[in-house]
Design a protein around this ligand. Structure first.
Ligand code: PEP
Length: 246
């Protein structure tokens, strides 16, 4: 039985004070116990948030990482730096990074490997654009991303996959639960080809794309969906708590 992982991707929102306020609201609320909760604040809030969560079961993740351990890479943050803070997960290959920062599958592949090398769990985001879905290319697109992004990765057991159709991110349009479940099931087949059926069976596949308190239950009740990656709705404590307690 795969435990659900519900993650909040705060993106470029919340200064330290706002981050701590949001974390305090989560800590002081009753949260479902059979769900793992993860928050991914901006880099500047990671350390204060991790300190605040010291005695809590809520986990912390980063939204990006560089693939080198150290060196002359102005503005970048290394996996070793994240590891030393106590970060557990790293979102890799989010469509916003692919789209606005030119992240290619080759770069994403290096980042995935760097995380695994240092014991950080990558949440690898994959998903098709609206044009690709309308052309019937959604499965082919996701398969190609997985094959390229996981090239040379021999063990997927420390990995999470987030299926995030680009057309559903921040748009208020959600994939139907059937579409999301079908794609997650397909992703598991591809993962079985890349790794083994046993490893694929135990890997978590999240759905992301306009998840909110009203649609969370229907999505999270799907058998192939093992959690959610939540953007906008994770910035409001009440809404995120309702999603966790779906
Ligand atoms: C995301 O950023 O990963 C995301 C799914 O955003 P939203 O929930 O706002 O669509």
């Amino acid at each position: 039985m795969r435990k659900k992982l519900i993650a909040g991707n705060w993106k470029m929102n919340n200064n330290v004070e706002e981050s701590l306020k949001l974390v305090e609201a989560l800590i002081s609320s009753k949260l479902k116990e059979d769900v793992d909760v993860l928050i991914c604040p901006p880099f500047t809030s990671l350390y204060p948030v991790i300190r605040e969560l010291k005695n809590s079961s809520i986990k912390t993740g980063a939204q990006n990482v560089h693939y080198e351990d150290k060196g002359a890479y102005t503005g970048e943050v290394s996996p070793l730096m994240l590891k030393s803070l106590g970060v557990e997960y790293v979102i890799i290959g989010h469509s916003e990074r692919r789209q606005y920062f030119g992240e290619t599958d080759l770069i994403i592949n290096k980042k995935v490997k760097a995380c695994l090398r240092h014991g950080l769990k990558p949440i690898l985001c994959v998903g098709e654009t609206l044009d690709q879905r309308e052309a019937g290319l959604e499965k082919e697109t996701v398969r190609n991303q997985l094959i390229k992004d996981l090239d040379g990765v021999t063990d997927g057991s420390g990995l999470v996959i987030a299926y995030e159709p680009v057309w559903a991110i921040g748009t208020g349009k959600t994939a139907t639960s059937t579409q999301a479940n079908e794609m997650s099931s397909y992703i598991r087949e591809v993962l079985a080809d890349i790794f083994t059926a046993h490893i694929a069976e135990n890997m978590k596949i999240q759905y992301g794309g306009s998840v909110n308190a009203s649609n969370a239950k229907e999505i999270l009740d799907q058998p192939h969906i093992d959690g959610a990656l939540v953007g906008g709705a994770s910035l409001k404590a009440d809404e995120f708590i309702k999603i966790i307690n779906y």
